[in-house]
Each structure stands twice: as C-alpha cells, then as structure tokens.
Ligand binder design. Structure first.
Ligand SMILES: *Cc1c(COP(=O)(O)O)cnc(C)c1O
Length: 384
C-alpha cells in the first residue's frame, strides 16, 4: 500500500500532549464581577483582539456577550471577519487606524472603525453616502499616547472638519491611557483633561458622539472618574491584573491554564549535561522529565531558570528551553512518571505559576505571555 497516499483526518488524531485550558465558567464569572463594578448604564466593550489574548476569540466572545459585555473590539479586519463568520452580530469596534483599502470591507462587515485621520474619515463618509448609509465611527483622539488618533492640540480644526461629513454616524469618541495602572496617575489625569477639552470642542462644532470612552482595565479599576459612557476591558476579563498596585475586584479568577504531559524521563549521573550548549550539569544522580512544549509554543526561551508544577510541587527547569521541549529536574520528585500532567502556567494543588512569573522570565509583560502562546497549542474549553 502506498503509505504517502494515506490521510489521517486531524480530528481523529489523539490530542496534543501540551495544551491551553480555558475556563469559560471563570470567564463568565469575571464578566459578571466586572459588570457589577461598573455603573449600570456604563457600557462594557470586550477587547478580544489577538484571539482574546490567547483564549480563542470565537469561544470567548459569546461568553462575554452573554455575561455583561455590550460590544467587542478587535484590531484586524481578519479578526473581525472571523467573528462575523462565527455568527457574532454585536457591534464590533475596529481598533487602530484603517488604510484606504480597508474601507469597503469595514462597510461590508458592518464594523465601527476608529478614525484618527481626515483622509480615512472622508473616504468612509464618501462610501457611506454612496451606499446611502451612515457609517458608525469612533473618533480616536491622541491624548498623549502618541500612537493613533487626531492630536488633542488640534481639536478645534478636526472637530470642524468632521462636522462636515454627513455620511458618518459618530458612535463614539475615544482616547487611550499611556499609563493607568501605576500609582502615579499624573499623566492619566492630564490625558483625561485633554480628552474633556476635545469633547467640548466637538460639541461646539456640533459633533455629539454617542459614547465617550478612555478606560482600559487599569482605568476601569483606578480611574472611575474617567469611565464616561463606556469602558474597554481586555486583560481583566482573564482574571489577570494589569499591574501589582491597581485596585482588586473580589472573586476574579484566572481563565487560562497551560499544561503538558511528561513524555520522557532521562536518568543522569554526576557530570552529565542536559540540552543544547550543555549549560546544565548534574551534580548528583538524578532524573530529568521532558515536557513537549517549547519556545515555538510561546514558552520563554530561558536557560536554567523557571519552574513548572509536577505532583503539586515546583520543579526547576534544567538547561535551555528548546523549540519543542523543555527539561525539568525531578530528582527530588521520585513519584513523577511518564504521562503525568505538569502545569506550566496556573495552579496545581497549592502551588501556582503566575502570568507575572512567566513575564519575568520573558523579560516582558503579562499581556505578552497571554497573547504569546502560539496557535499550535490546542485550546481545550471547560465549564461552558
Ligand atoms: C488592547 C486595548 C485595550 C485593552 O487593554 P487592557 O489593559 O487589556 O484592558 C483597550 N483599548 C485599546 C485601544 C487597546 O488597544
């Protein structure tokens, strides 16, 4: 028989022995908690860009919408199209800044784009008038982040220009904090003041956007005076705080756990080395467990640093993390056997590897850890 002609349908394959567990019950509960921490008439936007920060947007967004979110935000047209294909009919805010070639698709997918350049505003207006619809847009104001948006210093001028575009419907106006979750709120307060002056200039020009919004998770927690009519929440929905100093909400739970099963165990004798570059050397007779997850899955590329949880205990990594595997010193854990479940991120028994611990290993931020897991790690959904 011609072996190369055989096809194994991927749905029939055994599950990969490294995976992400997504607790949809915890996600739902987090939304209920966040919702109840807001004023009843404050709208809640779920920022589900980058596959809902790694959870998988298709599965997370319906849970969010059923538990208190009013709207979704994504960053790319592809992300928005995926949600529409999945049957999501809620309003979708398209973050960032569109380019001219995106405009027809924004109308086609019925999106609410952020607009921070007059060229794009005029193009959206033109397309709207051609199709005899008013295109819902959110006026993006650069209040100091200096990334996207109309500059706060020029608000009189762009307010007047926007007021001349009858093809647009002003669904919102937004800014974005450069720092909202640290103790020092000086910059955040400056940004709020600038935003309020822009709102006044818009009003003076006859432009009255339906909903103003400036808060991300940090602002939701620590800047209640800036909630305006709606807020945008990403990381907090995952039960992860944007910083160590921001306000806590009772009952929030982490949604994401990353696990792998031990697929091999190697005995080592004093002097034996482990992994590329021989950077770890055994000082005593011991055992090394191999987990089939590596930096190509999004695990930090560290060397002789970090831990995983096995048998309810912390076990240190040995040698450098490889593309597909990492090695763990289990010399002090004699009960560990091939097939055992290890926790790479999350809880096992009384121990926990936090997102912040992995962020330290990655020399990065918690956001990067969550969103950094690659698509080849399957997502397994629990507690729907
Ligand atoms: C990503 C993003 C958010 C969400 O921020 P969190 O800190 O995760 O809540 C909000 N607004 C904009 C413009 C964003 O790009």
């Amino acid at each position: 028989m011609n072996v190369s002609a055989r096809v194994a349908p991927t749905v029939l394959l055994p599950p990969r022995s490294a995976w992400i567990e997504v607790d949809l019950g915890a996600l739902a509960e987090n939304f209920r908690i966040i919702r109840s921490a807001l004023a009843p008439d404050t709208r809640l936007i779920y920022v589900a860009k980058a596959e809902a920060y790694g959870l998988g947007a298709r599965r997370s967004v319906p849970v969010a919408l059923a538990n208190g979110a009013d709207q979704v935000a994504v960053f790319t047209l592809g992300e928005a199209a995926q949600l529409r294909e999945a049957g999501i009919t809620a309003p979708i805010l398209l973050l960032g800044e569109a380019l001219p070639e995106d405009v027809p698709w924004i109308l086609q997918l019925n999106l609410e784009p952020c607009v921070g350049r007059l060229e794009i505003a005029r193009l959206l207006d033109e397309h709207g008038r051609q199709r005899r619809v008013r295109v819902p847009v959110h006026i993006k104001v650069n209040t100091g982040m200096n990334r996207f948006g109309f500059h706060w210093r020029d608000s009189v001028a762009w307010s007047r220009e926007l007021s001349r575009l009858p093809g647009l419907e002003f669904a919102g106006v937004l800014g974005h904090f450069a720092q909202s979750d640290e103790e020092d709120k000086t910059m955040a307060r400056d940004q709020i003041g600038r935003f309020q002056r822009c709102l006044a200039d818009l009003r003076a020009a006859g432009v009255e956007p339906r909903h103003a919004h400036h808060c991300n998770s940090g602002g939701v927690l620590d800047l209640p005076e800036a909630h305006f009519q709606q807020v945008r929440v990403g990381i907090l929905a995952q039960g992860i705080y944007p910083s160590s100093v921001c306000r806590r909400l009772n009952g929030l739970m982490p949604v994401m756990t990353v696990k792998a099963r031990v697929t091999a165990i190697q005995p080592v004798l004093p002097g034996d080395t482990v992994g590329y570059g021989m950077r770890w050397q055994a000082k005593r007779p011991g055992r090394i467990a191999i987990l089939p997850i590596g930096y190509a899955d999004g695990f930090p590329r560290v060397r002789n640093e970090g831990c995983v949880l096995l048998g309810g205990a912390r076990a240190p990594l040995a040698g450098g993390v490889a593309m597909d595997a990492l090695m763990v010193d289990i010399t002090d854990l004699p009960a560990v056997a091939v097939g055992d479940e290890a926790v790479v991120l999350g809880r096992q028994g009384r121990e926990e590897i936090t997102v912040h611990e992995l962020a330290g290993l990655k020399r990065s931020v918690s956001y990067d850890v969550l969103a950094g897991w690659r698509a080849r790690l399957p997502r397994v959904y629990r507690n729907e």
